[in-house]
Design a protein around this ligand. Structure first.
Ligand SMILES: [Fe+2]
Ligand SMILES: [Fe+2]
Length: 198
């Protein structure tokens, strides 16, 4: 499926606001990929499709998890706001014809983050928060940091997410904590680029 067909299908599936957000994440992902010199086409597809399972309800996602035999931890199962991330790579591959593992991983990890994110995963994780239409706390500093020091940006975004989750009294997924600590480690080491950490 080409990118225009992907957009047309996504527009049919998602709410107008979610579709606009997806276009924003696509544009921001391409901009970040250009800035950090990674594959812009992959970044654009991953950004566009990161929320492609947002229209599914939790029961549908959990049925899909069961059908595909995915191993999903208890915290994920009990956190509905993370469910669309689990389902997104399945929808992207089966309904949008995406077979590239790097794109599917970036889509999968966008909602929790994780330690050792790949460059593409970092870009989609960041773009999801900083796209121009997104309103989530004070993103001014994070938007600036994205193009100066992406690990500091990830640190700020992971901490914003953690505080938001704590305020709501939801489960805090360990991968989000790991993403935050990994970003802090990179910041302390003075690593400013997209270098992968292990
Ligand atoms: Fe999402
Ligand atoms: Fe999103």
């Amino acid at each position: 499926m080409n990118i225009e067909d992907m957009k047309a299908k996504l527009k049919r599936e998602l709410s107008p606001a979610r579709f606009q957000h997806s276009l924003g994440v696509m544009a921001e992902s391409i901009k970040l990929a250009r800035f950090y010199n990674i594959d812009q086409k992959k970044a654009g597809i991953a950004g566009l499709l990161h929320d492609c399972a947002k229209h599914l309800n939790s029961a549908e996602v959990l049925a899909l998890v069961e059908e595909k035999g995915l191993i999903v931890d208890d915290i994920l199962i009990n956190t509905p706001s993370l469910h669309h991330g689990i389902a997104a790579p399945i929808i992207a591959s089966e309904q949008y014809g995406v077979s590239d593992g790097e794109i599917l991983d970036a889509i999968y990890w966008h909602s929790t983050g994780r330690a050792g994110m790949t460059p593409l995963e970092k870009i989609v994780f960041v773009a999801d928060y900083i796209e121009p239409g997104r309103k989530f706390g004070n993103l001014h500093e994070a938007r600036k940091a994205a193009y100066e020091d992406i690990n500091r940006c990830i640190l700020m975004l992971a901490e914003l997410t953690i505080m938001h989750v704590l305020k709501k009294g939801d489960f805090l997924h360990p991968d989000t904590i790991n993403a935050r600590n990994d970003a802090l480690m990179n910041v302390k080491k003075g690593i400013k680029g997209l270098t992968e950490t292990l």
